[in-house]
Design a protein around this ligand. Sequence first.
Ligand code: SF4
Length: 210
Amino acid sequence: MNRDKRQQIFERLREDNPNPQTELEYSSPFELLIAVLLSAQATDVGVNKATRKLYPVANTPQAILDLGLDKLKFYIKTIGLFNTKAENVMKTCAMLIEKHDGEVPNNREDLEKLPGVGRKTANVVLNTAFRQPAMAVDTHIFRVSNRTGIAPGKNVLEVEQRLLRLVPKEFLLDAHHWLILHGRYVCKARKPQCGSCRIEDLCEFKQKTE
Ligand code: SF4
């Protein structure tokens, strides 16, 4: 895909949604970190349902440690893999207090040392909480980047690196939100809605649907 097409695609996505936001609900970097950690293999809607009850009770590392593992599990029990996630949340809270004065670090190295936090979670936190140009490539971004030709790659890391290199600078901070939303609601996995897609004429997917 050439530079001009990429520019036009993001101009249209921005036009339709000038201020894209994550669908996870949060009011601090810590709340975002925990929400993203809980969202692995779960929906944002499901995570929001749980955190809407959890955060009014405990939304700091110390408050969650004070709550204890069993009560934390009670609040997040509707989320897949909640046992492992609860344990990771407790360990992450302990490490935040021990090593970072209870604050969420704003760099990849420290974020990725937190239990349960991988590259993707770190990227979401860096981008969304700290507004750094990081690209959290999930299944939606991976699919859209490959289908459209915006940043094709064999694996998520390759797509991440290409997006960082190829997305025009002015769109870099918000690109991952636009691509996720486009993948979630339009360029769906099984049945892309090419007929009503805003970027259909620019997309290079060879098997477009009606
Ligand atoms: S035209 Fe189809 S394949 Fe291309 S981005 Fe739109 S929905 Fe996806």
